[in-house]
Each structure stands twice: as structure tokens, then as C-alpha cells.
Design a protein around this ligand. Structure first.
Ligand code: HEC
Length: 97
């Protein structure tokens, strides 16, 4: 939140009240248990140990990541249809062909 002008290659700057409100929300929601206590490489969820474990080749075919409808591991909602509502249940996963 302190470097939104350089947000993974994009300028994501916000007005001060919005940045403060979102920052407080992120702090309140952030996990603190061991699984998420290690900072992932480049600060990316998709490079964290738990993400790689949950999305290993046995769960997600390696070619799925580059399919047109997916494009990148960061496109959570391509496979997790309810991602926008914070739901990532494995019962609702559908990998696009
Ligand atoms: C290419 C499709 C795909 C994309 C993109 C994807 N996932 Fe997944 N995700 C899966 C599959 C498949 C599983 C494993 C389901 C299973 O265990 O049966 C999974 C599992 C998960 C789980 C564990 C669910 C559980 O019940 O244990 C979480 C949490 C999750 N993904 C979050 C994310 C997040 C956050 C993103 C984006 C940053 C993302 N996923 C992107 C396909 C995807």
C-alpha cells in the first residue's frame, strides 16, 4: 500500500482516504498463522509455497496456466468462479479448456 505508484508494473495510486481505508481492511483480514508468515518471492501470492502446493501439477495441468481463458496464475476467477466473493472452495473449481 506504500508503493501504489509502482504496483507490479502499474500505477495503482489512490486518494489518501481510500488508501487508508483499504490498508486498514488488509491489515484486519491478513492471516498471521505460520502458513502465510513467510514472505513469498517478489511479494506475489502465486509464488508462495502454499499457492504452489495447492496448484501443483497433480491439481492443475501445467498447460492450463497459459490457456487463452486463463492467461496467468493471477487470474484467480478464471478457475474459481466465486473468487470475487472470496470463495475458493475446491468444490467450485472449474479449469477452462
Ligand atoms: C488454472 C486454474 C486456477 C487458477 C488460475 C487459480 N486456481 Fe486456485 N485452485 C485451482 C485448482 C484446480 C485447485 C485445487 C482444487 C482441489 O484441491 O481439488 C485450486 C485450489 C485453490 C485453493 C485451495 C482450496 C481448498 O479448498 O483447499 C485456494 C485457496 C486457491 N486455489 C486460491 C487461488 C487464488 C487466490 C488464485 C489467484 C491468485 C488461484 N487460486 C488461481 C485452480 C486454479
Amino acid at each position: 500500500m506504500n508503493s501504489l505508484t509502482r504496483h507490479y508494473g502499474a500505477d495503482a495510486s489512490l486518494d489518501e482516504p481510500s488508501a487508508r481505508e483499504i490498508g486498514l481492511w488488509l491489515k484486519a483480514q491478513a492471516g498471521s498463522y505460520k502458513r502465510v508468515s513467510e514472505e513469498p518471492p517478489q511479494d506475489r501470492i502465486t509464488k508462495s509455497a502454499w499457492f504452489l502446493r495447492k496448484h501443483r501439477a497433480g491439481e492443475v495441468p501445467p498447460d492450463a496456466w497459459t490457456r487463452a481463458a486463463v492467461g496467468s496464475p493471477a487470474n484467480c476467477s478464471a478457475c474459481h468462479g466465486n473468487a470475487a466473493h472470496g470463495t475458493f472452495s475446491e468444490r467450485e473449481v472449474r479449469i477452462p479448456k
